[in-house]
Design a protein around this ligand. Structure first.
Ligand code: GDG
Length: 476
C-alpha cells in the first residue's frame, strides 16, 4: 500500500517544469533544463526552498511519475497531443499571448481552445490541491494558468494563493476583446495576491475588474463577493535575475576565455553588436535588423569594424505566426549579408540555436552593445543578465521603452523601436559615447540589478502573499 502522499508548504505551479524530457535514439529518458525567462527566474528561487513544482514536461502523453532533479521536487502534469495543440499552442500562445502583447499579430479566438484551457487549468489545480499541506502557500505562474487560482480555492479554501504575471496585462480596451474576459478575471480573483511586472499592469487589471465585472475597487484592491467581501490585492513586483550566481559564472576563467574566443571568431571587430531573444514577434528583431540595415546603407557601420550577432532561440515552432516571423527574419538576414558582406566578414551572424548558460554569459561579455528592442515585453531578463555579466563595466545597453526593464534601467540608451530613426540613434550613441561615460552608466545599471535581484523578488512576492489583503508590504 502506498503511504500518504507527501505534501509541501510551498507549491509552485507553472506551465512548464524547469526541465524538458529528452528521449535518446535508444529510448533512454533524461531531463534537460528548459529555456525561457520564467524558468531562469524561478529555478534559482526554488533551489533554496523545499517546495514542489507542478508543471508540464514539454511533450504529449501521460504524465511521468514525480521525480527529484537537482534538488527540485518535480510533479509533472500530462497533456494530450490535442491539449498541446489547443491549450498550449492555441489558447496560450495564439489567443492570450498576442492579446496581452498589444496585438502585434492578430489574436485567434476558436472556442475549442477555451475548453482545453479550462480543462488543463483544472488539472493543474487538482495537482496543486493534492500536494499542498494545510495552510500552505501556492504560487501560480503566468498567463497559461489564469483560471487555476479560483479552481484551487474551490478545492482548498485553506491555502494562501498567489499568482504572478510574467507578461504585460493589457489595457481594458484590448482585454475586453477576449470572449472569455469575465471568466479570466474571476479565475484570477480566486487568488489572495496578484503580482505584475509594472504598476501599469496591475492598474489595468484592477480597471478591468471595475469595468467588466462591476467589482468594487479601492486603490490596488478588488472586492470579491457580497456581504463581507474578500479583498484581492494587485500590485507590481518586478522580476529580476540571480545577480550573484550569474556574475560568478561570468567571472569564471573558462567563460572569460570563451568570450575572447567568440570575438576572435567573428574577426575581432572594433564593435560587436548583440541581440539575444526567443524568436518571437514581440522582441522587435525585425525592427533591429531594419535599423542595422539602414546604418549599413548609410555607411555609418559595417564589417569588418562593426558586426552584429543575433541569437534567436527556437520558440513555439508549430504556431504559424512564429513560422512566418522566422521566414521573414531569415530572408532579411540573407539579403543584408548578400548586399553588404565580404568574404569572411558578414555583417550579421545569425544563430537559430539554444546555448548553455556559460556560452550566453560569454556572448554577453563579448558584446560592446547589447540591443534589446521589444515592441512589448513584461520585463526582459536578457537586459538584466547583460549588465550582470559586465562586472568589467564594459559594454552598453540599448533598451526599448516598452520593456518592464526600462522602468528600472532608465540610464540605458533608450529607444522606441517603432521609430527606426530613434533606434538607429540609440545604437550610434551606444557605440560613440566615451568609455568613461559608458562605465558610469553601466555602474548605475548594475547597482540597480544587484540591489533588486531575483531572491529579493521572491521574498517580496511571498511577503506580499502573507500580508495580503490587509497590510501593505514594506519596502519597494
Ligand atoms: C517571459 C516574459 C519576462 C534565451 N535564449 C537562451 C537562453 N535564454 C534565456 C535568457 C533569459 C530567458 O531565456 C528569456 O527571458 P526574457 O525575459 O528575455 O523573455 P521571455 O522568454 O519572453 O520571458 C518576459 C520573463 O518571462 C520573466 O518574467 O522577463 O518579459 O516575456 O533568461 O537568457 N538561455 C540559454 N540558452 C539560450 O539559447 N541558456
Amino acid at each position: 500500500m502506498p503511504g500518504e502522499p507527501q505534501t509541501y508548504d510551498l507549491v509552485v505551479a507553472a506551465n512548464r517544469l524547469p526541465v524538458d524530457k529528452v528521449v535518446s535514439d535508444s529510448g533512454e529518458v533524461s531531463w534537460q533544463r528548459s529555456p525561457g525567462g520564467l524558468v531562469t527566474a524561478m529555478e534559482s528561487v526554488m533551489r533554496n526552498r523545499a517546495g514542489a513544482w507542478v508543471g508540464w514536461a514539454g511533450d504529449s502523453g501521460p504524465a511521468p511519475e514525480p521525480f527529484d532533479e537537482d534538488g527540485l521536487h518535480l510533479h509533472p502534469v500530462g497533456l494530450s497531443a490535442e491539449e498541446v495543440r489547443d491549450f498550449y499552442e492555441g489558447f496560450s500562445n495564439d489567443t492570450l499571448w498576442p492579446s496581452y502583447h498589444a496585438v502585434i499579430v492578430p489574436a485567434s479566438f476558436p472556442r475549442d481552445w477555451w475548453t482545453a484551457y479550462r480543462e488543463v487549468n483544472a488539472r493543474f489545480a487538482g495537482a496543486v490541491a493534492r500536494l499542498a499541506e494545510p495552510g500552505a502557500r501556492v504560487w501560480i505562474q503566468d498567463y497559461q494558468l489564469q483560471l487555476a487560482p479560483a479552481l484551487v480555492r474551490r478545492l482548498r479554501p485553506d491555502l494562501r494563493i498567489g499568482w504572478f504575471n510574467h507578461i504585460p496585462f493589457p489595457p481594458v480596451e484590448l482585454f475586453a476583446q477576449l470572449p472569455w474576459r469575465s471568466q479570466i478575471l474571476e479565475g484570477l480573483l480566486g487568488a489572495d495576491f496578484l503580482g505584475f511586472q509594472r504598476q501599469a499592469d496591475a492598474q489595468n487589471f484592477v480597471r478591468a475588474c471595475r469595468q467588466l465585472l462591476r467589482a468594487q475597487t479601492k486603490g490596488d484592491t478588488v472586492a470579491v463577493g457580497d456581504g463581507s467581501p474578500r479583498r484581492v490585492r494587485a500590485s507590481a513586483i518586478p522580476i529580476s535575475v540571480d545577480f550573484d550566481g550569474l556574475e560568478e559564472l561570468a567571472r569564471r576563467p573558462d567563460v572569460v576565455a570563451r568570450s575572447r574566443e567568440l570575438r576572435e571568431s567573428v574577426g575581432n571587430p572594433k564593435v560587436l553588436l548583440l541581440g539575444v531573444d526567443r524568436l518571437d514577434y514581440t522582441k522587435g528583431i525585425r525592427h533591429r535588423l531594419k535599423a542595422y540595415e539602414e546604418l549599413l546603407v548609410e555607411g555609418r557601420v559595417g564589417p569588418p569594424d562593426v558586426t552584429f550577432v543575433q541569437i534567436a532561440t527556437p520558440s513555439r515552432e508549430r504556431v504559424e505566426a512564429y513560422q512566418n516571423l522566422r521566414s521573414e527574419i531569415e530572408q532579411t538576414v540573407g539579403r543584408i549579408n548578400g548586399d553588404h558582406g565580404q568574404i569572411g566578414a558578414p555583417p550579421i551572424h545569425y544563430l537559430h540555436h539554444a546555448y548553455p548558460r556559460e556560452e550566453m554569459a560569454a556572448f554577453f561579455q563579448a558584446a560592446d552593445v547589447m540591443i534589446v528592442s521589444p515592441l512589448r515585453d513584461g520585463m526582459n531578463l536578457v537586459a538584466k543578465e547583460y549588465v550582470t555579466c559586465r562586472y568589467d563595466l564594459g559594454g552598453a545597453l540599448v533598451l526599448s521603452e516598452f520593456t518592464g526593464a526600462w522602468h528600472e534601467l532608465h540610464q540605458a540608451f533608450a529607444c522606441n523601436p517603432n521609430d527606426i530613426e530613434d533606434l538607429k540613434q540609440a545604437i550610434m550613441r551606444a557605440i560613440t559615447t566615451p568609455a568613461k561615460e559608458r562605465q558610469r552608466i553601466m555602474r548605475a545599471l548594475r547597482r540597480r540589478v544587484s540591489e533588486h535581484d531575483v531572491q529579493r523578488w521572491a521574498q517580496r512576492f511571498l511577503a506580499a502573499l502573507d500580508a495580503a489583503p490587509e497590510r501593505p508590504v514594506a519596502g519597494s
